[in-house]
Design a protein. Structure first.
Lengths: 199, 199
DNA sequence: CCGACTAACCGAACAGTGTTAGGTTAACCC
DNA sequence: GGGTTAACCTAACACTGTTCGGTTAGTCGG
């Protein structure tokens, strides 16, 4: 197939299909050939629209993070922190399979930095020193990313026999998969509340 | 080369060389062929001692996590939480390049579960409900893993020009790489202290 | 002492990966 | 209408984890 009358590919379409594959099959489930097939195209054609796979993932990550809301600081800084953390986590948990990628490389994404800049500025305006503001923002990110990884409550076996013998205090851990989502959210809220209260 | 007089390979030696490669070249820098070459051997030979690469990484992860100290709960639960979190983070930051692997899959490693069991039991003994104990343990892990990922303060550019124009509040961010380690540790301590105090 | 057996390694291969080079043709512009 | 470019293709490269079948050194039973 030579040049088609209407283009089959566009950066947007590539990104959105790629994200759908990641959501469905996980981060490892995305390969350039599979992505191309989903788009009705050969793998090499993607490179006319996308520089590398890594760049594609970065772009997808940025688009996911664009949903983070840092508008809550007009009320007060505690409320701002909480809203920011919640929306950040919400964005990440909508596409949990891309979190390992975010956790991988440096945070030099433009979207991240812009939000960080706002956060930092708001904390300084509220009276914290620059250094304190940096540490508070970092602490907030720790909780957000830690909870988004959710390598915690997910990934537990659902077979009671896996626990009763070897881990006496985890004898109800097999119930976790069923309530994992809810428990993860409550754990996040607990950690967030404790952190902000403790500042 | 057929069977050598003294074996060249052992699971221990494989693990330790693999970990050294990961520490030096990152998680992506470890391939079975490269590992084999470092051991003076062909790649296929590794599979007589190691089931899969994934299993190898799991074993390495377990050995790294074996340094986590959960003995502090004999004093009181706050002290126990803090000590556990500190030693956990220390273990992870000694081999930061393996953290993305930990963050990837489920936490079904035996080492993790044993420590989690102790932690959970100690919190319940201290009067927390089972559910609360689970959430507190989760929150602690959020902070530990979030800070260990350190996709935060690391990964900043050291060129001031990257920030001054676009991110007015981050005009000193170029100083970060130089003090990143210290700042990361302080951020972790702040988050940990705030979290435990806020409980 | 000698044969059987096993343990430890190797070479070659398979299916998969990201990526690039070079070719073909449709659409667009002058 | 001819030249240029954009969008796709096929084929290949160098790599990945892993497996199969061989080759030989060490070990153990008779």
């Amino acid at each position: 197939m030579p040049r088609p009358s209407t283009p089959l590919l566009s950066p947007d379409r590539i990104r959105s299909v790629a994200l759908a594959i990641i959501d469905r099959d996980g981060l490892d489930g995305l390969s350039m050939r599979k992505l191309a097939a989903s788009l009705g195209v050969q793998a090499a054609s993607l490179y006319g629209h996308v520089r590398t796979k890594d760049q594609l993932l970065n772009d997808i990550a940025s688009s996911v993070l664009s949903a983070v809301d840092v508008s809550g600081f007009s009320v007060d800084w505690r409320e701002g922190l909480i809203r920011c953390a919640r929306s950040y986590r919400a964005a990440l948990s909508t596409h949990p399979n891309i979190v390992p990628f975010l956790a991988y490389g440096p945070a030099g994404r433009d979207e991240s930095l812009q939000r960080l800049d706002l956060l930092h500025g708001a904390l300084v305006d509220a009276g914290w020193s620059r250094r304190e503001a940096t540490m508070i923002a970092a602490g907030l990110m720790y909780i957000v990313f830690g909870s988004a990884l959710s390598s915690f409550s997910s990934g537990f076996s659902s077979d009671p026999a896996d626990y009763t013998d070897r881990y006496p205090h985890l004898d109800r851990a097999h119930l976790l998969p069923g309530v994992a989502r809810e428990l993860d959210r409550d754990s996040f809220e607990l950690a967030l509340a404790a952190f902000v209260r403790g500042l």
